[in-house]
Design a protein around this ligand. Sequence first.
Ligand SMILES: *[C@@H]1O[C@H](CO)[C@@H](O)[C@H](O)[C@H]1NC(C)=O
Ligand SMILES: *[C@@H]1O[C@H](CO)[C@@H](O)[C@H](O)[C@H]1NC(C)=O
Length: 338
Amino acid sequence: MKIPTILLALAAQSQAALRFGCSTLTIQRLDPLVEPGRAPSSHLHQIVGGNAFNATMEGDVGERGTCTTCTFSEDFSNYWTAVMFFKHPNGTYHRVPIMQNTALPNGINGGMTVYYTQQDFFNNGNQKITSFPPGFRMVVGNPGIQTAADAQKNPGYPGLKFVCLQNKGTRFPELAEFPTQPCVGGIMTVHHFPSCWDGKNADSADHQSHMFDTQVGAFQAARACPASHPVRMPQVAYETLWDTTQFNGLWPAGSPNPFVLSYSDEHGYGTHADYLFGWKGDSLQRAMDSNCMFQACENGNPLKSQGVAQMNACTVDTVVNEETDGWLTSMPGQNAMA
Ligand SMILES: *[C@@H]1O[C@H](CO)[C@@H](O)[C@H](O)[C@H]1NC(C)=O
Ligand SMILES: *[C@@H]1O[C@H](CO)[C@@H](O)[C@H](O)[C@H]1NC(C)=O
């Protein structure tokens, strides 16, 4: 029997995981993955990561970036999600500020927490964890899913969640949709990406089918990858903390959730996130092959890292110039949406 060599890629037990903060790089209507070349794209995103970010992005981003808003200074990847707005009873919208997560160095400007884990939070399950190739990109979730019925027909996104925060450390329960009561500590959105790769394609027409999701729950041991997608890659996840608290007093008792994601999603069923790989050289592979956990991977062990002031100083030019703050009569792009 001929056994595909890829299945023989067993590795010794290792325990490595990255968890790090990235400040906001920009909040703009740009989406080089789903709508390349369009400025503005259809809806507003928060983007973090490397400064090679632009309306169109091809090639090896890790070789082009010169700064990053993330802790690891060789990580020129870009990470982005939709942003959240509060819809006032008077019909106007206000963007919800983003706050720093716990367990990150103080002073990070907004941003998100990014994870790269192995088979689960603590180990690789004796499998080789293969880094992404240059040019790799993927999307998880689908903004077209707008109703509970649509969500039931599309159960393929077990890693997309909302958490009603009592404080910044709250992690459970994880909800499949927006909380329906005010949350005293804000709202966290969670996006876990699939981690089984087809081994061939850095992208696909829907930006999803080159990947396969076997996770069973947040940071738990994922099931084995299928023969169609046999290569286990790092499990990427984002946590974004939205400071909804200043709007809780404006939430009329008994009324439905007043928060809305920037593509006009009041339930959260269409929550989605985008990933564009941009680690320089073999830096991510070295981290996955090491035995470092979280902050212990910094300062050259094995990854180069930087402080908060340098992270916050990395910027990109504004390509789409429009108002995104203050009380707005509509969300950016909203009037063009179906
Ligand atoms: C972004 O794209 C524009 C138009 O192609 C180009 O002029 C600009 O230099 C690019 N910026 C970066 C940071 O690559
Ligand atoms: C809506 O409410 C906000 C917050 O109280 C206020 O600043 C804004 O002027 C109001 N807009 C309208 C059109 O009433």
